[in-house]
Every structure is written in structure tokens, then in C-alpha cells.
Design a protein around this ligand. Structure first.
Ligand SMILES: Nc1ncnc2c1ncn2[C@@H]1O[C@H](COP(=O)(O)OP(=O)(O)OP(=O)(O)O)[C@@H](O)[C@H]1O
Length: 293
């Protein structure tokens, strides 16, 4: 399967934060959801993918090409939605379109107007008067109007009402129908991913934890429930994190089969949500022993 984005051993350090040895790839023709808590490095990774930042070490390639030699060609083929307003606020949407249009060889005015209509956006009002949702819709309109092969979006659903969030997910779903497009988007709202993501890439504290096909996550990860008496220093090591209650414990394992072999039918295994995986991982490997007694 072809990779549209590849990161190989990418490092980027700021004062107090570091992306460490991040390697993962994004498959052509699929939707990959990019998840992780606040401040774990999602936007930094996306900026590296967009060449808005350069890695200290390691390589980023897009469509198999290197930014050093092929920046223009790569950018032509990407539609980018950023989580901050990147428009000139004093301009109208039409004026902004006039600036952006000549940049893209495959700009499609009919497509632009179809999104403007669908999103009910005013063409002649200053962008400074747009609400947060309208800015996001305008940003999406620009990103979707030049037949980009790869759409990269940083938190496209944040700050949007549930109705528009659903509409956006439907649009993304429709876009995927021809099999040629690829979408990579970050989100905190893991419920959005249930609807459309084929793959999940998860980072935590600047490290890549996994990239997996969505449906295979439950082959490795499970919520484990059992009696506290089953836990000791050795068995606790089996878990990413544990919560202890009066009546028993709940834990997350990343090695479902092994856990099953160790505990047999003394425990109950359940399918975890992405939120469970984020929560237990965020609290620290084997360090999250929370008592509710
Ligand atoms: N240009 C920069 N200079 C210094 N530190 C930075 C810079 N950009 C990001 N950081 C720091 O790097 C860390 C990761 O930030 P990043 O924006 O990538 O996180 P994120 O996962 O996108 O978070 P959120 O979900 O809250 O937006 C943060 O601690 C942030 O303060």
C-alpha cells in the first residue's frame, strides 16, 4: 500500500518540549485520525508535515517527495486546514479567493461556489465578522476547492456545533469515495473518529505510541475488570494503568492475549474506547494506580 506521508525518526526540540524519534506513515486512500491529549505534539507534527517547521533530525516525505527539492509540487497537492485563522481579516471571502486561486493549478471555481453555498457563507462580508464556525467553513472551502489529493486538518471539528460537525464528517466521507484521496486530521473529539477513521495515529508526550487500523486496536487493547486480590507487584506490571475501587479494579492492557493467558476467566475483558486508551496512557505507564475506597 502506498504511503502519502512518511516520518522517519523525526526529532524536534523546543525549550521544554521534544518530539522524540517519531516514525509513522499515512496510507493513501484512507482517513487517519491523529489523537493525543493537550500539548503532546500534534500541531508540531502537522507543522512538520506541512514544512512550516523543519525537523532537527530525521526525514519527512510527502507523496514520496522531499520538501527540499519539491516544495511547490507537494503544496499544490495538499489542502490544509489549520486550527487558527490564517486569513487576512480585513478582506472578504471573495477577495481572499482571488489571492488563493492563482496559487493552485487545479483551482475549481464551480467547486468553490458549491461549498460557499453549502456552508451558507457570505462572499462580500469582511472575514473579521465571521464566527469561529464560519472561519472553519471558509478554511475548509479553500482547502477543498483545488482537488487536493491529501487533506491535512488540525482540529477541524473543534469549536463547531454538533450539527456542523456531523455535516463536516459527511463531507469528508463523500470525499473519500473515489479512493484517490487521503485525509489526515487531528482531533480531541474521539467520537468523530468512530464515524470515518480507518487508521488511528496516537502520540503522547512527543512520542509515537501507535498507528493502527481502527478495528485492530481492540485486538491488542482491552479494559480488564477483576477483584483487587488478583493484583500484586508483578501482575500490576501487566497494565498501562489501573484504577482500584472498593469492589474491584479496572485496568487497561495493551497485550490483551497475554493478559487473558495470565488471568484466565478470573477477569472480564471489554472493548476499550479511544478515550479509555488516551486516559490510561496519559496517566503514565504503570504509574496510574488510583484508589477509590
Ligand atoms: N514555536 C514553539 N516554541 C516553543 N515551544 C513550542 C512551540 N510550538 C509548540 N511548542 C510547545 O510544544 C508543545 C507541544 O505543542 P503542540 O501545539 O504541538 O501540542 P498539541 O498536541 O497540538 O496540543 P493541543 O491539542 O493542546 O493543541 C507545547 O508544550 C507547546 O508549548
Amino acid at each position: 500500500m502506498e504511503n502519502v506521508i512518511e516520518l522517519r525518526n523525526v526529532n524536534k526540540a523546543f525549550n521544554g518540549f521534544e518530539l522524540k524519534d517519531v516514525s509513522f506513515s499515512v496510507k493513501k486512500g484512507f482517513v487517519t485520525g491523529f489523537i493525543g491529549g493537550n500539548g503532546v505534539g500534534k500541531s508540531t507534527t502537522i507543522k512538520l508535515i506541512m514544512n512550516l517547521l523543519q525537523p532537527d533530525h530525521g526525514e519527512v516525505s510527502i507523496f514520496g517527495l522531499d520538501y527540499k527539492k519539491h516544495e511547490k509540487e507537494i503544496k499544490q497537492r495538499i489542502g490544509f486546514v489549520f486550527d487558527q485563522n490564517v486569513f487576512y481579516e480585513n478582506l472578504t471571502l471573495l477577495e481572499m479567493r482571488n489571492i488563493i486561486k492563482p496559487v493552485y493549478r487545479k483551482w475549481d471555481d464551480a467547486l468553490f461556489h458549491s461549498y460557499v453555498e453549502r456552508f451558507k457563507l457570505p462572499l462580500k462580508k469582511k472575514l473579521s465578522t465571521f464566527s469561529k464556525g464560519m472561519v472553519m467553513k471558509a478554511s475548509l472551502t479553500m482547502a477543498l476547492s483545488h482537488h487536493a489529493e491529501l487533506s491535512i486538518m488540525d482540529e477541524p471539528t473543534s469549536g463547531l456545533d454538533p450539527i456542523f460537525r456531523r455535516e463536516l464528517l459527511d463531507i469528508l466521507h463523500d470525499l473519500m469515495q473515489n479512493g484517490e484521496r487521503t485525509i489526515f486530521f487531528s482531533t480531541h473529539i474521539t467520537a468523530d473518529l468512530d464515524r470515518i477513521a480507518d487508521y488511528i495515529t496516537f502520540i503522547h508526550n512527543g512520542r509515537h505510541i501507535f498507528t493502527k487500523e481502527f478495528y485492530t486496536i481492540e485486538e491488542d487493547y482491552a479494559i480488564v475488570k477483576g477483584e483487587v486480590g488478583l493484583l500484586d507487584r508483578d501482575t500490576e506490571k501487566e497494565f498501562v494503568g489501573i484504577r482500584k475501587f472498593n469492589h474491584g479494579f479496572e485496568a487497561l492492557t495493551a497485550y490483551k492475549q497475554r493478559t487473558q493467558n495470565i488471568f484466565g476467566d478470573t477477569v472480564i475483558l471489554e472493548k476499550p474506547t479511544l478515550e479509555d486508551i488516551m486516559l490510561y496512557t496519559q496517566k503514565g505507564i504503570n504509574r496510574y494506580v488510583e484508589s477509590h475506597t
